[in-house]
Design a protein around this ligand. Structure first.
Ligand code: AR6
Length: 183
């Protein structure tokens, strides 16, 4: 697909990702896949803590930058793709490449499982401290690059919990996709 056309498949919205009926939502997990706070906690509660923890235990953890899949259980989404973002430590520890890898690997796992619609939260931008604007630019650019090569994915939605984050992301997507049709 032409690089300019992939932006029509990328959407941003404000809200709670656990409410989305996508083929998969992505979880900002930790490397033990043990559950936690933030979006991870919300996903575990909405999916059903015990069944999701049991499914995660079978996966044997997940490296930073990698992604693994489980069913969505009680979620409206059919699957959960768990990815582990980098803890931001100043930017000189490979954080940008690791964060890009989270998006790439999550999309690869989605494609391998023939999933067509996928939704991401803003990985690493909460407890893990990644500066929001830099992280969002990586998220959008990495996804756009992936979609050029993988036409079967139909829609990628970025879900921002807070209004300020959503507005900031709107400005970033406008800047990165000048030819975007906003109608
Ligand atoms: N829907 C969408 N986005 C949300 C939701 C929600 N329901 N809840 C929070 N966010 P964080 P991280 C946003 O801290 O930085 C966990 O304990 C939030 O506003 O959830 O990758 C894990 O177990 C922020 O923008 O993830 C790990 O130990 C974004 O989700 C660690 O936190 C990510 O914030 C991972 O930290």
């Amino acid at each position: 697909m032409a690089a300019a056309d992939v932006w029509s498949k990328i959407k941003i919205q404000q809200g709670d990702i656990t409410k989305l009926a996508a083929d998969a939502i992505v979880n900002a997990a930790n490397s033990r896949l043990a559950g936690g706070g933030g979006v991870d906690g919300a996903i575990h509660r909405a999916a059903g803590i015990e069944q999701l923890q049991a499914a995660c235990r079978k996966l044997g953890g997940c490296e930073t930058g990698d992604a693994k899949i489980t069913p969505g259980f009680n979620l409206p989404a059919q699957h959960i793709i768990h990815t582990v973002g980098p803890v931001f430590g100043g930017g000189q520890r490979g954080e940008a490449e690791l964060l890009a890898s989270c998006y790439r690997r999550s999309l690869e796992v989605a494609a391998e499982n023939h999933l067509k619609t996928i939704a991401f939260p803003a990985i690493s931008t909460g407890v893990y401290g990644y500066p929001f604007e830099a992280a969002t630019e990586i998220a959008l650019r990495t996804t756009a690059e992936f979609l050029v090569e993988h036409e079967l994915i139909e829609q990628v939605t970025f879900v921002f919990f807070g209004r300020v984050d959503f507005e900031s992301a709107s400005a970033i997507i406008e800047r990165l996709s000048p030819a975007r049709d906003n109608s």
